[in-house]
Design a binder for this molecule. Sequence first.
Ligand code: NAP
Length: 315
Amino acid sequence: MAKTYAIAVIGIGKITEDQHLPVIAKNPRFALAALVSQRGVARPGVPSFKTIDALLDSGTAFDAVAICTPPNVRHAIARRAIDSGKHLLLEKPTTATVTESEDLARRVAAKKGCVAFATWHSQYNAAVEEARRLLMGQRIARLHVEWKEDVRRWHPGQEWIWAPGGFGVFDPTINAFSILTRILPEPLFITAAELTTPANRETPIAARIAFRSDAASADAPLSAEVDWRQTGPQSWNIDIETESGTKLALRDGGSKLAVDGRPKVEARLEEYERIYERFAEMLDQGEGDMDYAPLRLVADAFLVGKRVETDPFEW
Ligand code: NAP
């Protein structure tokens, strides 16, 4: 019989309540062993601790942790978990900096038997997989990402997203980047970025980004427009045209794919269900995935990006 893994969840915020806890509850491969919540959020019959140290000191038996805190505290928590011989599932983005992700990947590789899974939830759609298959060996003539959503709807009152290390609009943009790094046949490079930042905030609310790729000629238009000020219908679209003329349209965050205007894949969004199924497989096989290419692209956007000031933002 397949093993059930005892898992502790750290950081009981929006994504944990919306996805991690319900998905763990319905996946027989996992049993919720503990919560770690600074605010003391609890569930009946499940022990709750204020810190990972308190959890580890308690002697509670568990195999793995899911770390769902804001990114700036992930590295320290993940290191503690690795050093204590626990497996790891990291919410996106892996960590606040590239060097921290690199460090975790190195430590995981050095710790015998430790399985770490850097999750990029938008990669787990049938439409994304089909786009990847169709783009294999192709040259890209044009690419445009339109990732526009309403920050008040998706991040209500979350002040950390506006603090240094909070990513601003790159918090959702990294989902588009994770699709691009998954489906494109060659790496993508950021050549320029305009980071539109509210006068009273530290991180951008919108951005325009230009890319280049070895899979495209030097003058091919490869671009992204991302914005957190979109009310009404939300746009999570990626359009790619190959040099041979095939047009791929990924819609709704990569859940739908049309090819040359005709629907090709339309699947229900079950990203977190797929993530936990995959994590169970990784634990069974003893091999994880610490890819942090999407984080590197965000870092590059900040490195080459030009700050442009805009109106102050208030909730
Ligand atoms: P959130 O609602 O602000 O929740 C984060 C939780 O982490 C807080 O509620 C808090 O829970 C804990 N926390 C906050 N500061 C901490 C600190 N300094 N040290 C330790 N724990 C701390 O944020 P979220 O929307 O759930 O996002 C969390 C992560 O998931 C982010 O990296 C985000 O990018 C990613 N994510 C979010 C979404 C989404 O739709 N919102 C989707 C996919 C991925 P306790 O008080 O219980 O400790």
